[in-house]
Design a protein around this ligand. Structure first.
Ligand SMILES: Nc1nc2c(ncn2[C@@H]2O[C@H](COP(=O)(O)OP(=O)(O)OP(=O)(O)O)[C@@H](O)[C@H]2O)c(=O)[nH]1
Length: 436
């Protein structure tokens, strides 16, 4: 039997809307979590007087263990439905999910947007600083086209499974998501209780008015994005090793195109040309590596110190682009004051992180329509969307989002936090000398 396709999910939404509870509850009900472990956690949560947090507790435990360097959690974050295997990348509660969404080992194929239906909670998420707003905007900017909206806490006393409240939320959300450019007719809005499990796997008798899919059915209705095998090769380098017998081995994930033993490749921005001796994945030799494959590539003609993390491998007839300067559409998500020309955040893009200086703020945009509202503003601040030019202070491979989305979206970081995100719209290429 052919293997089920694999999809990556992110869980997003406003604080306390139930992301952890939903994730924990879904994993538990799908049988991923051992009932004995769940019972222990339940007792711990009860003893701490926080029974309603038992599922969230489960995620906290996983997170703690991860922080202590125990590597058990990842397998817990996988589950399967009739059609697919899913991995939840970046568990909820992470402070810096934005950066992780961009530079993490995997790209999200779909997002679950969790919204609380409780009085005041839904409204808080949709307020100017609300994360329902912010996360939906980020997901769209990052090119996550598939969305499932989970209308949570339908069991709460003030909601009491009200169809009217559900419809009120759906109408508001449809207007908002349409404004961001989402095709709202393709988005399921599933009313659930993460807590009781209603409409997650089994239909809720308390919401007979709801005729749409359950959450698991909505997951099965997602589409597998096509593999970009026809595009030119791009393989960002994660690490470089020197292995006796094999020589220089680079590891990384193929983002686009295919790679075969015998191919002639070029490492940018180094400008070094090499031959592919062999390719391995999970200790097995591969005759062809494709998008999504995490591989080790043994290279002939290059020394370990000539390649580093953040470089990108391509074919010699279509080398990765090194930017002298690039233009991007950015969204500022957080900054204590204002951003002006001269500001130099660290840009995290694929596996690279390079400081880039803002050389021009071309225009401020209306975030809803994308139309310019101010040319050459003096500064931009949190909440603003703008067209900005950057000059990398060191050679950097970056691509236009329209051509290579995986290498054309980035996070801007400063002071240990994500300041904003962006997508590259234009590039002025640098001249690189090729070393044979
Ligand atoms: N009644 C009810 N309460 C819920 C439901 N889901 C979550 N809650 C409660 O909402 C509160 C917040 O839930 P969490 O799962 O911690 O929310 P979160 O979105 O993960 O929160 P952060 O990670 O802090 O952003 C807890 O008290 C939960 O018990 C639900 O379906 N029904």
């Amino acid at each position: 039997m052919p293997e089920k396709p694999h999809l990556n999910l992110v869980v997003i939404g406003h604080i306390d809307h139930g992301k952890s509870t939903l994730t924990g509850s879904l994993l538990y009900r799908l049988g991923v979590i051992d009932p004995k472990i769940m019972q222990q956690l339940e007792e711990q949560a009860k003893a701490a007087g926080k029974e309603s947090f038992k599922f969230a507790w489960l995620l906290d435990k996983m997170k703690e263990e991860r922080e202590r360097g125990i590597t058990i959690d990842l397998s817990f974050m996988k589950f399967e439905t009739k059609k697919y295997y899913f991995t939840i990348i970046d568990a909820p509660g992470h402070r810096d999910f934005v950066k992780n969404m961009i530079t993490g080992a995997s790209q999200a194929d779909a997002a679950l947007l969790v919204i609380s239906s409780r009085k005041g909670e839904f409204e808080a998420g949709m307020s100017a600083e609300g994360q329902t707003r912010e996360h939906a905007l980020l997901a769209k900017t990052l090119g996550i086209e598939q969305l499932i909206v989970v209308v949570n806490k339908m069991d709460a006393p003030d909601v009491n499974y009200s169809q009217q409240r559900y419809e009120e939320i759906v109408n508001t959300m449809k207007k908002f998501l349409k404004g961001l450019g989402y095709n709202v007719d393709a988005i399921p809005f599933v009313p659930v209780s993460a807590w009781t499990g209603e409409n997650l796997i089994e239909r809720s008798p308390n919401m007979p008015w709801y005729k749409g899919p359950t959450l698991v059915e909505a997951l099965d209705n997602l589409k597998v994005p096509p593999k970009p095998v026809d595009k030119p090769l791009r393989l960002p380098v994660q690490s470089v090793l020197s292995i006796p017998g094999a020589g220089t081995v680079v590891t990384g994930r193929v983002e686009t195109g295919v790679l075969k033993p015998g191919d002639k490749v070029i490492v940018m921005p180094e400008g070094v040309v090499a031959d592919v001796k062999s390719i391995q994945m999970h200790y097995q030799d591969l005759q062809q590596a494709e998008p999504g494959d995490n591989v080790g590539v043994a290279l002939r003609g290059v020394e370990k110190n000539q390649v580093k993390r953040g470089d990108v491998i391509g074919k010699t007839d279509n080398p990765p682009t090194v930017a002298e300067e690039f233009t991007a559409r950015v969204v500022v998500v957080w900054h204590p004051s204002a951003i002006a020309v001269g500001y130099t955040p660290v840009i995290h893009v694929h596996t690279a992180s390079v400081a880039c200086r803002i050389t021009e703020i071309v225009a401020k945009l209306d975030p809803r329509t994308g139309n310019p509202i101010e040319q050459n503003p003096q500064f931009i601040k949190a909440g603003d969307t703008a067209i900005v030019k950057f000059k990398p202070i060191k050679p950097l491979v970056i691509e236009k989002f329209g051509e290579f989305p995986q290498l054309g979206r980035f996070a801007m970081r400063d002071m240990g936090r994500t300041i904003g995100i962006g997508i590259v719209t234009d590039i002025k290429p640098a001249k690189i000398e090729v070393k044979k």
